[in-house]
Design a protein around this ligand. Structure first.
Ligand code: SF4
Ligand code: SF4
Length: 413
């Protein structure tokens, strides 16, 4: 694709990168077929190729409008288009740059602007979220039914797992922000699995939000601050020689894997960010690569429909590892149609684009429940909570399913 960058953008450090991504697109349109928003809306501008044209025209200096920004906002950043693209176009990176620059030029309506500020002020901060969640749970009974369904069930305190683990661990764990408040059992399950495998771990309490939420709401500097804080927390362990940072929320893992790219212009943090990105691993991918499986102590006899989050299959390109671990543990995995499509959760997308998101949730649950599973398994807190809102069967993290069939005593001393 021919592209020309207007002089107004030449100062932005990553514009060269955007231009090179634009040039790599041969506008074949293969990606359009697998784009969830195009499938629902049928408008070329709500598919990847159309959005790439919008960004190209904008960066070339053409007038833009709030309608163009809306087409970009409707993108889930699910990256199904990247998996399909035969030319290796890094769409998500281009969308991140294009959306950020367009956001600077246009003024959003006040309610939209405020909603984004409120989301950025609450979700990345576990104590604020915990407070709000307790308040919402207390008043759940008087809320509209559709709003009440969005509120997760109560769980234990934020600090339950903090600062635990070994002094000289083999691996670090990451608790993030939303997961530690809404589904703390996921990392508890991971620690049970690691204890069973004889792998020492530590969970540094002062690490926090990975930065994805801010980045996806176009607050790049704020996102970079979250990233630098996490790097500072983990660096002493990196210097001690930890083998991996295991991240059980695939949405956070895919963000952490891109720290090197995000901080490429930060001379102080660039190298550290690259090293952190190398160390970050999805727990299933890490376990399979280590040859570590779980043999069930008791046969689970459960039929599972697996929802592979976009962050796992498209952003990190991982396929088959969770399936292998669950099957080895004795679970029966059911076929699921259109497994490549997003469930509609996509970070804050379900709050900012409720209609599109709701339609994707409906389609996803129809496919997941078609073979009447006992349970739906997934690998990301956002998908888990969102699917659970309307699912007729429990939705669990796959690590919980694995921990449920462990023998009572650790296999190794
Ligand atoms: S992003 Fe890839 S698949 Fe889509 S139009 Fe461009 S080259 Fe074709
Ligand atoms: S990231 Fe997902 S929603 Fe966005 S253009 Fe690509 S396939 Fe469509």
């Amino acid at each position: 694709m021919q592209s020309q960058i207007a002089s107004a953008f030449q100062n932005a450090s990553d514009i060269d990168e955007a231009e090179s991504i634009l040039r790599s697109c041969v506008h074949c349109g293969f990606c359009t077929a697998t784009c969830p928003t195009y499938q629902i809306l049928g408008d070329e501008l709500d598919g990847p190729r159309g959005r790439i044209y919008l960004i190209k025209d904008f960066l070339a200096g053409q007038e833009t409008s709030s309608e163009s920004l809306e087409h970009l906002d409707r993108c889930l950043l699910c990256r199904a288009c990247e998996t399909t693209c035969p030319s290796g176009v890094r769409y998500a990176r281009l969308a991140e740059i294009g959306r950020r620059e367009m956001d600077k030029k246009l003024t959003r309506p006040l309610p939209q602007h405020l909603a984004r500020v409120v989301l950025r002020s609450i979700f990345p901060y576990p104590r604020r979220m915990q407070f709000l969640l307790r308040f919402a749970q207390a008043w759940k009974g008087v809320l509209r039914e559709d709003w009440a369904a969005r509120i997760p069930e109560p769980c234990e305190s934020v600090d339950t797992l903090s600062q635990q683990g070994s002094v000289h661990p083999r691996v670090l764990l990451f608790d993030g922000c939303v997961q530690q408040v809404t589904t703390p059992n996921t990392n508890r399950a991971l620690t049970r699995v690691l204890d069973h495998l004889g792998v020492s771990w530590a969970l540094p309490a002062s690490a926090g939000c990975c930065g994805a939420l801010s980045l996806h709401l176009n607050a790049e500097e704020e996102a970079h601050d979250f990233m630098r804080r996490n790097i500072d927390v983990w660096w002493p362990w990196v210097e001690e020689g930890i083998e991996a940072i295991l991240v059980s929320a695939s949405g956070c893992a895919s963000m952490l894997k891109e720290y090197g790219q995000s901080l490429q212009d930060d001379a102080l943090y660039r190298e550290k960010a690259r090293r952190i990105a190398e160390l970050v691993r999805d727990p299933a991918d890490w376990m399979v690569s280590m040859g570590a499986g779980i043999s069930a102590a008791k046969s689970p006899r459960s039929r599972i429909a697996l929802h592979n989050p976009c962050s796992l299959q498209h952003a990190m390109g991982l396929h088959g590892q969770i399936e292998q671990l669950l099957q080895d543990a004795g679970y029966e995995l059911l076929p699921v149609a259109d497994g490549h499509l997003c469930c509609g959760s996509a970070g804050t997308y379900s709050l900012l684009q409720p209609e599109l998101s709701g339609e994707l949730q409906r389609r996803k649950l129809e496919n997941l429940q078609a073979a009447h599973p006992d349970c739906i398994a997934t690998a990301n807190v956002g998908c888990q909570l969102y699917l659970q809102q309307k699912s007729q069967v429990p939705v669990q993290h796959w690590l919980q399913l694995l921990a449920d069939v462990l023998p009572a005593q650790p296999a190794l001393p």
